[in-house]
Write a protein that binds this ligand. Structure first.
Ligand code: GTP
Length: 370
């Protein structure tokens, strides 16, 4: 069984975290998101995967090569220019045979892939689209189905009075590669606006597979924070790496934790991290590898990538810190602040309310109170 993962998008909504790192390579609980996804596919019987890459392709090659480290076969195929979702699959058509899974590379789900494939085969479908219910359908592309689940129509961001379903396209498909003959070669072409309407017009069988599996698009700052919290509080099935040293506190490799530090799980601490005297780490929180947390640092609902230095009395709540930052004493990052990589902040800054700071920013003492 083969799969294609679409990893060519620019990830603009998640900037500045995606300025230096392609969206699928950003860490999810200290592991590149795409690595978690590849292992999940492997464990569900998909042993050969094509990564349809566009931007910062070398990062994928460097991390995964031919896939042997993950005990699977991996093809990393770079597009000459962005081809769109269906165009990207057309570009790797020569590698496909038989029913194939297609995944958006920014969707976290614990969907049962074997069950979805069995459904595709039972219906003799040519395209099967995973559907998931949402609370506010006005923000999404909806998929309306007949009583037998055959797809009836697509509604893009409808007005309230036009809403007939709360099911949205969950960004996971099973296709029979023969439908790629409807996709024009060497062109930008999308599934939702291109291929799916054509298949409906021709009348090939296309079904919706509705599921209540966990589903989140990790591609927005708040959903990136939320998905971490959901994993840590156990809302989604997840195998934590590392050793559990206290109630829901996991350490990956070695960490030095001062005996006076207070820790309330769920918390994950990366390899080589040092936590200083009087620190308060309240879950759900993830601390990347190689970080240094000074005296009386306070974290709650925080996501820290690798190699950050937090000086004395820094507070971080419900915010994300990229890699290699130095945060000066008594600085506050709260309420959805998103900080890129390689920044250096002086003491006593306040960054709040979803502020986004680009990589390499340097701030003096008391320079920002936002
Ligand atoms: P935003 O810029 O924040 O909207 O993110 P995005 O660029 O990733 O776009 P979007 O979330 O709509 O894309 C859905 C999935 O398709 C993501 O996994 C993208 O990586 C992928 N994708 C989008 N466009 C292309 C493309 O032209 N080529 C390839 N290979 N993948 C694409």
């Amino acid at each position: 069984m083969k799969a294609v993962i679409l990893v060519g998008g620019l990830g603009t909504r998640l900037r500045p975290l995606t300025c230096n790192t392609p969206k699928p390579m950003i860490p999810l609980v200290n592991q590149p998101f795409i690595e978690w996804m590849l292992l999940r596919l492997r464990d569900q019987g998909i042993s050969e995967v094509v990564l349809a890459v566009q931007y910062l392709a070398e990062r994928f090659r460097h991390a995964f090569g031919d896939g042997s480290r993950l005990e699977m076969k991996l093809h990393i195929v770079e597009e000459p220019e962005p081809r769109g979702t269906a165009g990207a699959v057309k570009n790797v058509e020569h590698l496909l045979d038989g029913p194939t899974f297609i995944f958006n590379g920014d969707v976290m789900t614990d969907l049962d892939l074997r069950a979805m494939l069995a459904y595709h085969q039972e219906k003799q479908s040519k395209v099967t689209i995973a559907l998931t219910p949402v609370e506010d359908p006005t923000q999404f592309g909806l998929v309306e189905t007949e009583r037998d689940d055959r797809v009836k129509r697509f509604l893009e961001k409808p007005r309230v009075e036009d809403i007939t379903t709360n099911l949205i396209n969950a960004g996971t498909y099973v296709i029979d590669p023969e439908v790629l003959r409807y996709v024009p070669p060497n062109q930008f072409y999308m599934f939702e606006r291109g291929l799916f309407p054509v298949i409906m017009q021709i009348g090939d069988p296309m079904y919706g597979y509705s599921t209540r599996a966990y589903w989140t698009d990790i591609g927005k700052p708040q959903t990136y924070i939320d998905v971490h919290h959901d994993i840590l509080i156990g809302k989604v099935k997840y195998d934590f790496r590392g050793e559990q040293i206290a109630d829901r506190v996991w350490v990956e490799g070695d960490a030095t934790i001062h005996p006076s530090a207070q820790m309330v799980g769920p918390v994950v601490i990366g390899n080589g991290t040092v936590i200083g005297r009087g620190a308060r780490i309240i879950g759900p929180t993830v601390i990347g590898p190689g970080c240094q947390l000074g005296t009386d640092v306070s974290l709650e609902g925080a996501i820290l990538w690798e190699k950050n230095i937090l000086e004395e009395g820094v507070t971080i709540r419900n915010s994300v810190l990229g890699a290699n930052n130095t945060i000066g004493a008594k600085t506050y990052l709260t309420d959805g602040a998103i900080i890129g990589d390689d920044c250096s902040f002086g003491a006593e800054n306040r960054l709040e309310r979803g502020i986004r700071i680009w990589p390499g920013t340097i701030l003096g003492d008391k320079a920002i109170s936002f």
